[in-house]
Design a binder for this molecule. Structure first.
Ligand code: ADP
Length: 183
């Protein structure tokens, strides 16, 4: 099974992706986590990504696409949940091309939606604990703006296949809303 999970920063997609990965035995591919581990390793990709991430901007599409191209090819026989990719229309188009060439398809596209005020509050709370360099109020607001401008159009791209899930509620409630549809 190949799942794609989308939603604005703070919607809880990473949390839900982790739960679904365990339940269905899927590889959890979080592009944010992969990029952060490249930064920790000090790789050239990490160095290129770092300044974009710290400012709450997106890392250029070509970096993401070349990273995901090789990753998806290596994992082509595995169940997957994609978390944080595609985040732009060119990435969504690139993903279609990659999957076509591997003769694969996405089974479910899950979109978690949450109201803006709830999101900002959640992220400010998380910022107090996480120590992530992109978890400051100013950067949080920028990430929401970037989401609306560049990532929200991806929902339209998957228009016919999208499963909209209300992300307001406890972690367990949101999980069971997802499971009600995909199980
Ligand atoms: P969040 O879900 O809170 O936005 P992520 O961990 O998914 O956080 O992503 C953190 C940062 O990593 C993003 O703000 C962006 O700079 C970078 N990033 C992750 N995925 C992508 C992507 N698909 N395209 C471009 N940049 C990305």
């Amino acid at each position: 099974m190949k799942l794609l999970i989308m939603g604005p920063p703070g919607a809880g997609k990473g949390t839900q992706a982790k739960i679904l990965a365990e339940k269905f035995n899927l590889v959890h591919l979080s592009t944010g986590d992969i990029l952060r581990s490249e930064i920790d390793k000090g790789s050239s990709m990490g160095l290129e990504a770092q300044s974009y991430m710290n400012a709450g901007n997106l890392v250029p599409d070509k970096v993401l696409l070349s990273m995901m191209d090789s990753t998806l090819e290596n994992l082509k026989d595995k169940g997957l949940i994609l978390d944080g990719f595609p985040r732009t229309i060119p990435q969504a188009e690139g993903l279609s091309t990659i999957f076509k060439s591997l003769n694969q398809k996405i089974d479910y596209v899950i979109n978690i939606y949450v109201e803006k005020d709830v999101l900002i509050n959640r992220l400010v709370e998380r910022a107090e604990k996480s120590g992530r360099a992109d978890d400051t109020k100013e950067v949080i607001v920028n990430r929401q703006k970037v989401y609306h401008k560049l990532t929200a159009p991806v929902i339209e791209f998957y228009n016919n296949e999208i499963i909209n899930i209300d992300g307001d509620g406890s972690i367990e409630e949101v999980t069971s809303r997802i499971l009600n549809i995909i199980e």
